[in-house]
Design a protein around this ligand. Structure first.
Ligand code: NAD
Length: 245
C-alpha cells in the first residue's frame, strides 16, 4: 500500500453541503455578527450573553443536520486503510460533530466543539447539548464560569503537538473545504510540502495556499471526494484532477 499514513485537514466547506454555513457565507449566523464580538475572548468579556446565545443557536441548528457524502467518504477511507494496517488521521477545524455522526474515529477538533463547555475556573470540559448562559454551573467545581469550548481568534488551538507528529509522519496530506487563511491550520500544507509529501486540496475554488498543493480537485467535496476515495482504494494511486467526474 503506497499511502499508509494519511493526514486529513477539514474545514467548514466539508459541512456546507450538510447545510452548516461556512465562515464567509451570505446567510447564517456568522453573517449577522462581527467576528470580534462572537469569536474572541474580548467579545466574550464584553457581552457573554450574546456569545452564549450565538453558540446556542449553532448548537441547536446542528441537531437537524446530517453528514454528507464527503464525511462518509472519509469514514470509508479511514476504515479500509485501517483494515490494511494503515492510519487515516482526521484533523478538523470544524466545531460541528458531523465526522463523528458519519462514524469516523479519533477526530481531532483543533478549534474545539460546539457540543462541549469549558469551565474557566477549574478547566473541566464536558459534553453539552443544551443552551448555556452566564449562570450555567460547572458540574465539577460548581462555579458559574462556563464558556463555549471553542478556540477563539487569538487563542492557541488544541492538540498541536499531536497534530505536528501526524503531519511529520504522514505520507499524504489532504485538505478539504478550508480557505487557507486561518492559521496555524493554513500552514499545515507548507510543513508537509517542505517534507516532500504529496499534498491535495479539495475546494470549490483554489484556496489562499493553493500554490503549495500538488493537486487541486475543484468542485463540491460531496462529489469530488467520494470519487477520489474510490479511485485511491481501487488503484492505490492518486486520481488526476482532470479525470474527476
Ligand atoms: P472558511 O469558511 O473560511 O472556508 C470554507 C472553504 O470551503 C472555502 O474556501 C470554500 O470555497 C470551501 N467550500 C465551500 N463549500 C464547499 C464544498 N461544498 N466543497 C468543497 N469546498 C467548499 O472555513 P475554514 O477554512 O474552515 O475556517 C473558518 C473557521 O470557522 C474555522 O476555524 C472553523 O472553526 C470555523 N467554522 C466552523 C464551521 C463548522 O464547524 N462547520 C462552520 C463555519 C466556521
Amino acid at each position: 500500500m503506497k499511502y499508509r499514513r494519511i493526514a486529513v485537514l477539514t474545514g467548514a466547506g466539508i459541512s456546507a453541503e450538510s447545510g452548516v454555513p461556512v465562515f464567509r457565507s451570505e446567510d447564517g449566523l456568522w453573517e449577522k455578527h462581527r467576528i470580534e464580538d462572537v469569536a474572541t475572548y474580548e467579545g466574550f468579556e464584553r457581552n457573554p450573553t450574546l456569545v452564549h446565545d450565538f453558540y446556542n443557536g449553532m448548537r441547536q441548528s446542528l441537531k437537524n443536520k446530517q453528514p454528507n457524502a464527503a464525511h462518509l467518504a472519509l469514514t470509508k477511507l479511514q476504515d479500509v486503510i485501517a483494515d490494511k494496517g494503515g492510519l487515516v488521521s482526521i484533523i478538523t477545524q470544524n466545531i460541528d460533530d458531523l465526522h463523528e455522526r458519519a462514524q469516523s474515529h479519533d477526530v481531532i477538533h483543533m478549534h474545539g466543539e460546539l457540543n462541549s463547555l469549558l469551565c474557566e475556573y477549574c478547566g473541566t470540559r464536558f459534553p453539552f447539548f443544551d443552551n448555556s448562559s452566564t449562570t450555567s454551573e460547572c458540574p465539577h467545581c460548581h462555579h458559574q464560569s462556563m464558556r463555549p469550548d471553542i478556540v477563539w481568534f487569538g487563542e492557541i488551538p488544541y492538540h498541536m503537538e499531536q497534530i505536528e507528529q501526524i503531519l511529520l509522519k504522514c505520507d499524504l496530506f489532504i485538505a478539504i473545504g478550508t480557505s487557507g487563511v486561518v492559521y496555524p491550520a493554513a500552514g499545515f500544507v507548507s510543513i508537509c510540502a517542505a517534507h516532500k509529501k504529496p499534498c491535495l486540496e479539495f475546494n470549490l475554488e483554489p484556496s489562499a495556499t493553493n500554490s503549495r498543493f500538488t493537486y487541486s480537485y475543484l468542485g463540491k467535496a460531496g462529489t469530488t471526494l467520494p470519487a477520489f476515495v474510490d479511485y485511491l482504494l481501487a488503484h492505490d494511486a492518486l486520481m488526476v484532477p482532470s479525470t474527476l467526474p
